[in-house]
Structure formats: C-alpha cells, structure tokens
Ligand binder design. Structure first.
Ligand SMILES: Cc1cc2nc3c(=O)[nH]c(=O)nc-3n(C[C@H](O)[C@H](O)[C@H](O)COP(=O)(O)OP(=O)(O)OC[C@H]3O[C@@H](n4cnc5c(N)ncnc54)[C@H](O)[C@@H]3O)c2cc1C
Length: 305
C-alpha cells in the first residue's frame, strides 16, 4: 500500500488548490478523483476567476495538474473513494472502487456536491447556459433577457426582482408548486414546471403542467443538492457530522468532528464558486500543515522527492 502525508478525495478547485499548497510545503499527496466529468462541465466557460476568466472546466483541471507536476509531490489516482478508515495507531486507510487502498496521515474531503437535476424535459440542454444556478457565474452571459427565478423561499421571492435587476429588468418568480401558501409577498406564478422549450439550449419558454406557456429566455434555478455516497457512508460509519442540506460540518479551520479528517470546498457550504472553493482548499491545507505532529521525512513509501 502506498503511503502519503495527505490523501485528498476530490480533484476539483478545492482539492487541487489544497494539493498545490501541500506540494509546495513538501507533503506527499494522493489526489483521488473519480473518473467523471466535473459538476460544472455543463458550462463551456468558467467566469469570475481573475486571470482564468473564460477557461473551460476541463482546461482548468489540465492547467492545475501541469502546475502540480512541476513539484512532483502530488499523484493523481483516477478512482472513486469508497471508505476512510482510521487506523488504531493513527492515520487512515482510504479505499477506492477501482484500485488498491492508500494510507495517509491526514485526509481532506473535497468531493463537492451533487446537483439534483429535475425531471423536466429540456432541462439538461439548457442547464449551465440559459438555465443557471448563479448570477455571478452566468448572469453576464444572460443579461438583458427575460428572467424567471424558481424558488420555494418566500423571502427570496420577494426580493428577486430588485436583486437581479442589473441583469434583467423583467424578472418573474415561479414557485414550481413548492412555496408554502400564506407566506407570500409579491406576484408569484404557481405551477409545476413540465417542459422547457428551447433552441439548442437557448431557452424560449417554460411550460407548466396545466399547459400554461410562459415566455422566458433565462431561468435562475438553485437546485437541491446532496453529498456523494462516500460522505453519507462516512456519516454512518464514522459519525462524520453532516448538517442541514447535506453539507459537512467543520470548525472555522476546516476540521471535521473526526480527528485528522478535514473537509472543504462546495462540500461544506451552499455559497459555491471556484474562487471560494479554491480559497477554502488552501485554508484547509494550511490547517493540515499546522496540525501535523510528526517528522515529515519519515513517511515509509509513496512518491520519491
Ligand atoms: C453549471 C455550473 C456552472 C458553474 N460555473 C461557475 C463559474 O462560472 N464560476 C464559478 O466560480 N463557479 C462556477 N460554478 C461552481 C463551481 O463549479 C463550484 O463551486 C466548484 O467547482 C466547486 O469546487 P469543489 O472542488 O469544491 O468541487 P467540485 O468541482 O465539484 O469537485 C469535486 C470533485 O470530487 C470528485 N469526487 C466526488 N466524489 C468522489 C469520490 N468518492 N472519490 C473521488 N473523487 C470524488 C468529483 O468527481 C469532482 O471531480 C458552476 C457550477 C455549475 C454546476
């Protein structure tokens, strides 16, 4: 079994930034990243990342690995982590679906979250283009269009037109059948969304279950999220604290309630963006380094320097 200072589970912006900080701090790192497309693959370009604005999610990861390879401290394992087992003498064994386990003194969970895509015809084609989850990521590309905001939160509904007015002066709210009656403020259209009419992902109209057609060019739809199966498993097996919405609970230094196990990135917050995840990845790496209490050159095997 290969030994590492740190195993990072998840090779998105959070995990890769942690790997960079750890590499430059001479830690041997295994990055376990599942062989599946990134969550943001539906968008052709990433925005809001100064110096990398417009880069595709795939290109971002390629560049990150080109940077990491310069240091020779991080190793990519294209596998899905299935378990993290604390060793009685310290450290963890991390097992994966596809390959042999690795051992590491500390483990960082950076698995991101899974978006629960609704079963609405046309959603997949429009998601990440004209059906968007975040105005900061894709609002600019959708400016000066007719927007619909989907929400079950009455407070959010009441402020939507004002909040999004810079991107659109025509914003309506769709409750999608989920907003509790009696708590409403302002004009809200009820009705289950059945189908999105679009031209190659360019939204034209929203069709409700009762047949009503609402002409809209952009939808802002913040989907429910859930953690990946590994996190639910660790909650059961290790008692890893997972809070409301499925986000892993940490202290302000990214430590979970399991000693030696850290969590970062989208996995710990609903406030999600590449820069925020990267910053959290770096912060988690700082803490991992601060908490290390052993001679670092003592790791028995793993990467050579
Ligand atoms: C459509 C869309 C467009 C977006 N556009 C932007 C944008 O323009 N700008 C912006 O700032 N943000 C954007 N975001 C948000 C941004 O993508 C996320 O905030 C960011 O990717 C989170 O980084 P992360 O590393 O925490 O998680 P992720 O990027 O989700 O990475 C997690 C990684 O962990 C892997 N993984 C999960 N489980 C396991 C496991 N068990 N074993 C091994 N690997 C595992 C996953 O495969 C993935 O590679 C967008 C999101 C979406 C959905």
């Amino acid at each position: 079994m290969q030994h590492f200072d740190v195993a990072i589970i998840g090779g998105g912006p959070a995990g890769l930034t942690a790997a960079m900080t750890l590499s430059r701090s001479l830690r041997r790192v295994a990055v376990l990243d599942a062989r599946r497309p990134p969550r943001n693959i539906f968008a052709d370009e990433m925005h809001g990342i100064v110096g990398l604005d417009g880069v595709s999610p795939g290109e971002y990861r390629r560049r990150a690995w080109a940077d990491l390879e310069k240091y020779g401290m991080a190793e990519l394992h294209e596998v899905t982590g299935t378990d993290v087992t604390p060793d009685p003498e310290g450290g963890f064994t991390v097992t994966a679906e596809e390959g042999p386990p690795v051992w590491a003194r500390q483990v960082l969970l950076a698995t991101g979250m899974v978006d629960a895509h609704p079963k609405v015809e046309g959603f997949g084609e429009c998601w990440g283009r004209t059906v968007i989850h975040c105005p900061f990521c894709l609002g600019w590309e959708n400016r000066d269009r007719r927007w619909a905001v989907v929400t079950d939160d009455p407070e959010f509904a009441a402020t939507a037109a004002a909040v999004f007015s810079a991107w659109s002066d025509d914003v309506i709210v769709l409750a999608n059948g989920a907003m509790p009656p009696g708590e409403r403020d302002g004009e809200i259209i009820d009705g289950e969304i059945r189908r999105l009419h679009h031209d190659g992902g360019d939204l034209r109209a929203i069709e409700l279950a009762d047949g009503t057609i609402i002409e809209r060019q952009t939808m802002l739809w913040q989907l429910d999220q859930r953690p990946v199966p590994l996190i639910s498993h660790l909650a059961e097996q290790l008692g890893l604290a997972v809070g409301r919405g499925g986000y892993v609970e940490t202290d302000s230094s990214f430590r979970t309630n399991v000693s030696g196990l850290y969590a970062t990135g989208d996995l710990i917050t609903a406030s999600q963006a590449v820069v925020e995840s990267a910053a959290a990845g770096s912060g988690a790496a700082f803490q991992i380094i601060a908490d290390a209490r052993w001679p670092l050159r003592d790791v028995p095997s793993g990467l050579s320097r």
